[in-house]
Write a protein that binds this ligand. Structure first.
Ligand code: FAS
Ligand code: PHB
Length: 393
């Protein structure tokens, strides 16, 4: 097979890149090691920045997100037993986020790709990348007992943190930056109405909690747990009891519980790989960076990367200009590191660390009190949460 851009990974990065390239007349093939159902079965992000919504629109895949997504103008910070609203819409001159699950984004992208008859190879085993440091890169994979090869102009590594793309880069050519947090998030998805119409981020002496949602009838909740915690040790009842213990009286009273549809523990880490380009291989999304989900940046950073990368390929193929491809990594990393900082800051503010102690808890509460009563402080949180603007090439 031959294509212009071979995309590794059919998560949000790979599928959105595929649609953006197709919309610009650039041929591409997506190679995914799992089945489509497996990809859809992963429960992950829930909050989309306007930048992401705009990119979905550019790809012609925003209809359902606009129809079913929930526009959110604010979030609430819960500390010392009381909630304080951050009016992001007012503080950012009218910006907002949209609550719409990553699963639905992926489903919309999968359906759009299939409707266009574009090639997606699912259940591709032993994917390998070749000669991306030369002029004629290739991707190999095994399927149905045969080895297949794709000749391409470029490879987009959209295969996540555990993917083969970053692992294919010679160790001396890449710099890795990582911070692993000493706790995880135990998450529950349940068909119960959300406890509040906006997200609640809670800092409590028992640890962090987050009240989120997927719709008016489906909620997503998280509680901070020790990094060694096992999800098997948590009954639904134990989860709901712990969440209640971390809420304010009003939220506790309004909490509707029910059987979990999904229950899992996600580890938290900050991670960046530099650069994001190696010859004719470009990394995008979780393949290049990971943020703790506190700032709801992971999926949105992935979308921004492929927004930049699709524009760079368009400049290359349409305008025969290599400069945008040359600037891709620097442009992404400038915004990635700002999102890494915001996600690290918000995680440090909202969670209990082994060494937080009483003094640390007082410092966190003082900063939260400052955020709740200073327009300057709240504006900084708001403009980062709704998403910093993209730069132009
Ligand atoms: P993905 O990991 O989503 O997709 C990569 C794809 O590549 C996968 O389908 C994988 O099967 C495939 N792949 C891997 N290796 C391959 C190979 N060798 N060959 C071919 N294909 C291969 N972000 C938020 O904003 N909010 C959240 O609450 C949140 N929660 C998360 C919870 C968990 C447990 C995890 C892991 C992440 C969470 N994230 C969250 C971040 C997440 O949403 C990512 O940012 C987002 O999935 C990034 O999308 P991709 O870059 O496409 O990577
Ligand atoms: C979610 O709904 O899964 C979600 C929302 C906001 C976050 C993290 C996760 O910061």
């Amino acid at each position: 097979m031959r294509t212009q851009v071979a995309i590794i990974g059919a998560g949000p990065s790979g599928l959105l890149l595929g649609q953006l390239l197709h919309a610009a007349g650039i041929d591409n093939i997506v190679v995914e090691r799992q089945s489509g159902d497996y990809v859809l079965g992963r429960i992950r992000a829930g909050v989309l920045e306007q930048v992401t919504m705009d990119l979905l629109a550019q790809a012609g895949v925003d209809a359902r997100a606009k129809a079913e997504g929930l526009p959110h103008d604010g979030i609430e910070l819960l500390f010392k037993g009381a909630r304080h609203r951050i009016d992001m819409h007012a503080l950012t001159g009218g910006k907002r986020v949209t609550v719409y699950g990553q699963t639905e984004v992926t489903r919309d992208l999968m359906e759009a790709r299939a409707a266009k008859g574009l090639t997606t190879v699912y259940s591709a085993a032993n994917v390998s990348l070749h000669d991306f440091d030369g002029q004629h890169p290739r991707v190999r994979y095994e399927k149905d007992g045969a080895t297949h090869e794709i000749e391409c102009d470029y490879i987009a590594g959209c295969d996540g943190y555990h993917g083969v793309s970053r692992a294919s880069v010679p160790p001396g050519a890449i710099r890795l930056y990582e911070k692993v947090y000493p706790f995880g998030w135990l998450g529950v998805l349940a068909d119960v109405p959300p406890v509040s119409h906006e997200l609640i981020y809670a800092n409590t002496s028992r640890g962090f909690a987050l009240c989120s949602m997927r719709s008016a009838t489906r909620s997503r909740y998280y509680v901070q747990v020790p990094v060694e915690e096992k999800v098997e040790r948590w009954s639904d009842e134990a989860f709901w009891d712990e969440l209640r213990a971390r809420l304010d009286p009003e939220a506790r009273e309004h909490l509707v519980t029910g059987p979990s549809l999904e229950k899992s523990i996600a580890p938290l880490r900050s991670f960046v790989a530099e650069p994001m380009r190696f010859g004719r291989l470009f990394l995008a999304g979780d393949a290049a960076h990971i943020v703790p989900p506190t700032g709801a940046k992971g999926l949105n950073l992935a979308a921004a990367d492929v927004g930049y990368l699709s524009q760079a390929f368009i400049h290359h193929y349409r305008d025969h200009s290599p400069s945008a491809l040359d600037r891709y990594s620097d442009l992404c990393l400038r915004r990635v590191w700002k999102a890494e900082r915001f996600s690290w800051w918000f995680t440090s503010l909202m969670h209990r660390f082994p060494d937080t102690g009483e003094f640390g808890q007082k410092i966190q509460e003082a900063e939260l009190d400052y955020l709740a009563h200073s327009q300057a402080a709240a504006t900084s949180l708001a403009e980062n949460y709704v998403g910093l603007p993209l730069e132009s090439f």
